[in-house]
Design a protein around this ligand. Structure first.
Ligand code: SF4
Ligand code: SF4
Length: 203
């Protein structure tokens, strides 16, 4: 996505690991046929209005819940949730994360560790700007569709593996069906499961 929108933090969220895989996924994360939706962070809608970012491409149910109807372009709001994708904070310290089901987003977990660190910093900065927002975001994300627990976490400033119990504790009540096939993918490619890609399984 070259001519993309911009977040209220003046970021485009472009990630090489994502760009390299768009020929496979067909921009699956920008489609909303599975009950998935975009979270606008507390204060984000108002900030986008102040900054004059256009939101015509978004269908906002309210100031926190939207779906996207057409590709964002220069001058449009790209929600921070889109820039953080395929990760989303799963606790109030933003040290544990959800990751998109890998049958939808084909980026291997291990290529998302750097993004996890960046999302941690970004989420804590948002919390400082809007105190209490991380708790609200984590609570609302329990209604997300198509996310699984991310197998890494941040502990004492370093990256380590999540335990099975920790993964279970942040898993969402609603998952894609066992036989889910993403209809946006450009071709069928085997080895992708809800929790891992073929590259993850090589470890
Ligand atoms: S589904 Fe994943 S790889 Fe595809 S465009 Fe979205 S973030 Fe990038
Ligand atoms: S605003 Fe729409 S097109 Fe842009 S990244 Fe988000 S879902 Fe995709």
């Amino acid at each position: 996505m070259i001519n993309t929108g911009c977040t209220v933090l003046k970021e485009d969220g472009v990630l090489t690991a994502c760009t390299n895989r768009q020929g496979l996924c067909g921009y699956a994360c920008c489609q909303f046929g599975e009950g998935n939706w975009i979270m606008l962070l507390p204060g984000e809608y108002e900030l986008a209005l102040q900054q004059g970012l256009k939101m015509d491409h978004l269908d906002c149910e309210n100031k926190q819940h939207a779906v996207c109807r057409s590709p964002c372009q220069t001058g449009d709001l790209k929600p921070i949730d889109c820039a953080w994708y395929p990760l989303f904070p799963a606790n109030r310290d933003a040290t544990k994360f959800l990751v998109a089901d890998h049958r939808k987003c084909p980026i291997p977990n291990r290529e998302l560790i750097e993004k996890m660190m960046a999302t941690h910093v970004s989420a804590l900065a948002w919390e400082r700007r809007y105190p209490g927002s991380l708790g609200q975001m984590v609570a609302s994300s329990r209604h997300f569709v198509g996310y699984m627990p991310f197998p890494y976490k941040i502990e004492n400033g370093t990256v380590t593996n999540m335990t099975a119990e920790e993964m279970q504790a942040i898993s969402l009540p609603k998952e894609f069906p066992r036989n889910y096939i993403c209809k946006e993918w450009m071709h069928v490619e085997s080895g992708y499961t809800a929790i891992a890609t073929p590259e993850d399984n090589e470890e």
